[in-house]
Design a protein around this ligand. Sequence first.
Ligand code: 9MR
Ligand code: 9MR
Ligand code: ZN
Length: 509
Amino acid sequence: MNIQVNQLGYTPAMRKVAIMRGALNSELLVKNAAGETVLTVPVSTERTQLWGDDVVTADFSALTRPGTYTLECGSESSYPFVIAEKPYTACLTALVDMLYYQRCGDDLKPEAGCFAHPACHTGLARVYGTDEFVEANGGWHDAGDYGRYIVPAAKTVADMLLAYEWNKDAFVPGLTDLINEARWELQWMLKLQRADGGVYHKVSCAGFCGMIMPHEEKEELILSPVSTTATGDFAACMAMAARTYADIDSAFAAQMKEAAIRAWDFLENSEPILFRNPEGIRTGGYGDRSDADERLWAAIELARTCGEPYLTAAEVKLAAMDRHAAPLGWGDMRGYCAIEGLALPGEAGQRCRRWVLREAENLLKRLNLYGISMTEHLHWGSNMDVANQGMMLMQAFRLTGEVKYRIAAEKQLHYLLGVNPLSYCYVSGFGSQPMCRPHHRPSVAQGVCQPGMLSGGPCSGLADAVAKEHLQGQPAGKCFVDDHGSYSTNEICIYWNSPLIALVAALDK
Ligand code: 9MR
Ligand code: 9MR
Ligand code: ZN
């Protein structure tokens, strides 16, 4: 398709810009479902070379009446899209339900259709290198694989709790609801804490299994060693969740608060322990070069939940870190520090305010014609970066009310749902051209694509054999192949869905 639109549509109030290439003329026609032209707008005279195409834009924001439309220009056209007050509600429910589908150690209910399965990965887990066994059941499978890792779990839960805090009314329950689903993961995370407060980095088999259903993976489960990145993320996430659940389930909240404090005490007495897969373990590494950002995040969340002595610790650490970028990664938690630190009293809160706004301004400066802030290199999971940046921009909007941030945040959503050079809706099961062959073991095993999953998206590093075979010489924005063999461009992941959940929820207000 040569005219790109958000395939799930727009709200009446949104800025609406089509990105176009091909055999165009000077006018964009908006057609209604009956094929009548309801609006004509000029095409920009400025042309931009981007990702191998000569592209122009047309702003059709004047279209505000609810209905179904398509765009036409010269001999090119767009997929149909709607204008509606709530165009994303079904997608949001599916994005949360994805986490239910990822459940480990649970009998998935029949409503999960062909993805229902008996409880998986229920054996005891061996503590790496010992003859000690621990019960570590539950949580979510990380991604297309069946590992369960603390570091990305913390990011996922944090995004969900932020989404809930920003706009709990955006959620319509489906197979699950957001609060119950986040609790499922938190309960599992608690099991990965050792008595001394340290937290095991992950539980997985030694390597990745074939394309089988989860309950068919029967290899021994192994708890990989404690790391301080996992322990810091755990402390932060538990302290954060203790506040969210205080009014929902006070006993659970108290348990999480106690666990957070024990994790903190472990950190205070430990040098950095940065994780690398030990010999014989080949699953996801989630390694890191520093645990300073995890420690700061833990201090900030504990300061908000418990006050002193954590507040002083947070202030000291913050003063040393707020000069740098603030991404919302799985490895770099400074974005969470900046956002969560906004509620700290006095100068600490002000520092975080400046930090968030500086980050948002830097994103605004870098937006390309497709509305995202990356052009040259798109990393593995680039769609997560897009969703993360949308979250940060919405945080800046919530702080200042300045609509430039909101419009930029909307662009991140439009990109993921169709306004991209390959015209993909990167969420499975939605839009006219959804991604549908993900690197996701249950989907491959059943020969059906599970809905509601955000693809990792373009990765210019061509980091798997299928990508290398199909994408040589492609510009970054087109380094994507909808093939279940391409795990570097088309895997799915809990922490790629979660920032999109937060972005969609925030935009629904
Ligand atoms: O399936 C694995 C996926 O979840 C990981 O993200 C990816 C990178 O670690 O690895 C995948 O497993 C592949 C392995 O690395 C190499 N052999 C083929 C596996 C996929 O079938
Ligand atoms: O999301 C991770 C990405 O940032 C890394 O570049 C990549 C290679 O190390 O690993 C990704 O994480 C994968 C994890 O290791 C195993 N489960 C699937 C994850 C998504 O592909
Ligand atoms: Zn499992």
